[in-house]
Design a binder for this molecule. Structure first.
Ligand SMILES: C[S@@+](CC[C@H](N)C(=O)[O-])C[C@H]1O[C@@H](n2cnc3c(N)ncnc32)[C@H](O)[C@@H]1O
Length: 446
């Protein structure tokens, strides 16, 4: 646990004899003073009764955390917010009435968070009489216990209090949590270093679009096996002693290449190193993550899967193209176009896709777009169906080309579109134009 900065008197401890001869107790020993440092504990609440009095915004923040800690939460409030309403199944009970003395019987902890100080005062007084710890949301000074600003990083819980200053506590908490997550704050000892291989989805390219869990595991890796489309900025942030293997540069043919990657993952994991397999997007979306997971498992290497944000959704979204839109498209199909229609290796039924009115999201399609557009039109998709092509989605060089099925191949050539790019075919592309008009209007004089 990380505590707040302690008062100077505390940091320069006097001997007990010194304390005894002082005329006045030092500030931090004055009971009731906000400068008395709280004694931080990690309460293990599983199955224990916790009473929350109040059903407003404060309760809405406290209840989910208490439930996540396993507490048996009873809510006392005449009315509750819709979010709390949504948690009703997980509550031990909700008493839809005002607080009554006696409600705290058998409780280990109480949260007094009504918007009425008199009620909170009564709850606190009842709790004090029954020797139950009570957190008063409205009056830190009168509260027997404080809720620290809390953050979670893997198996670590960070709690911060700062002399009743919640904004400062939250700021310090954020700094510690961020530092632990991106490994700028080094935790020297960890009893829970991960083992085996983690298949981590790096997201579509912007380094901010990897998941928190993915970034945590990356910071703990001994070896990172990365692909061409894995966000390269994330690799630059790794500690110098992390071995980075650029899987895209292994000089073998395609099939052997994947075999070699599988072997590398297992070989390093069996040496006791924690291996992260970092790919662009999500490892299970045209990322061969399934093959790697099966190979590792067959070799007795534990596998962790951390999903990533797939470029199939993120790149269109970043260009303002929603893959579904109410009243326009209630389905989207993500298709690998690494082989063209009619190719013996193709398992895609382009005829069905052409007849279907939903959104088509085409990956690895750049070099084959003319053949694909021709096939879709031949099987019945209208020539004027709108199409968007998004190159380098979410990356600094992101650009989008808008066309129709009839013109897209020529437009792509004219604009020099290069992989990686996503092609979206369907009426949802018109929604991007609507959004573009809206955002263009923002700030304009009426
Ligand atoms: C082998 S697939 C990998 C897909 C990845 N696993 C995912 O979920 O995003 C490679 C294709 O993903 C698409 N792609 C990946 N990153 C992209 C980006 N930043 N912008 C546009 N397309 C991207 C391109 O169609 C590219 O040819």
């Amino acid at each position: 646990m990380a505590g707040a900065a302690l008062p100077a008197e505390y940091l320069c401890p006097s001997s007990l004899a010194d304390l005894m001869v002082q005329q006045q107790p030092p500030k931090f020993l004055q009971m009731g003073s906000p400068q008395v440092p709280p004694y931080l504990l990690g309460l293990r609440l599983t199955g224990r009764r916790v009473v929350v009095v109040g059903g407003g915004r404060v309760a809405q923040r406290r209840v989910p955390t208490l439930l996540a800690a396993g507490a048996s939460v009873e809510l006392v409030a005449p009315e509750i917010t819709p979010s709390l309403e949504g948690l009703r199944d997980r509550l031990a009970a909700w008493h839809p009435r005002p607080y009554r003395t006696g409600d705290l019987d058998g409780a280990w902890l109480v949260q007094a968070c009504t918007d009425d100080p008199a009620v909170n005062g009564l709850v606190a007084a009842d709790a004090e009489a029954a020797r139950i710890w009570c957190v008063r949301a409205d009056d830190a000074e009168a509260s027997a216990a404080w809720t620290p600003a809390t953050g979670y990083v893997g198996e670590t819980t960070v709690g911060v209090t700062s002399d009743g200053d919640p904004a400062r506590s939250a700021g310090i908490r954020d700094a510690i949590v961020d530092g632990l997550r991106d490994a700028t704050l080094k935790a020297r000892h960890s009893r829970h270093k991960p083992t085996g291989v983690a298949l981590v989805g790096g997201g579509p390219g912007d380094p901010g679009l990897i998941t928190v869990r993915g970034k945590q595991l990356l910071a703990q890796a001994d070896v990172v096996v990365a692909d061409r489309l894995a966000p390269s900025v994330l690799l630059d942030e790794l500690a110098p002693d992390v071995e980075v293997i650029d899987a895209a540069k292994i000089p073998y043919g395609r099939a052997l290449h994947q075999d070699k990657i599988n072997e590398l993952l297992v070989e390093h994991a069996k040496q006791g190193k924690f291996v992260v397999r970092l790919k662009g997007g999500d490892n299970f979306v045209f990322g061969r993550g399934g093959e790697e997971a099966i190979y590792c498992a067959a070799q007795g290497v534990p596998v962790t899967v951390v999903p990533g944000i797939s470029s199939s959704i993120a790149a269109p979204g970043a260009a303002g193209v929603p893959v579904t839109h109410r009243g326009v498209s209630q389905e989207f199909h993500v298709v690998s176009a690494h082989v063209p229609p009619g190719h013996p290796d193709s398992t895609v039924d382009w005829e069905v896709l052409a007849r279907n009115g939903g959104t088509l999201v085409l990956m690895m399609a750049v070099e084959r777009m003319r053949l694909i557009a021709d096939a879709l039109m031949r099987y019945g998709r209208a020539t004027d169906t709108p199409v968007a092509v998004i190159q380098d989605g979410t990356l600094p060089g992101q650009r989008a080309v808008f066309a129709t099925l009839g013109t897209v191949a020529d437009e792509m050539t004219a604009h020099g579109v290069r992989p990686p790019a996503i092609v979206v075919v369907g009426e949802v592309v018109r929604v991007a134009a609507q959004m573009g008009n809206l955002t263009a209007d923002i700030g304009r004089d009426p």
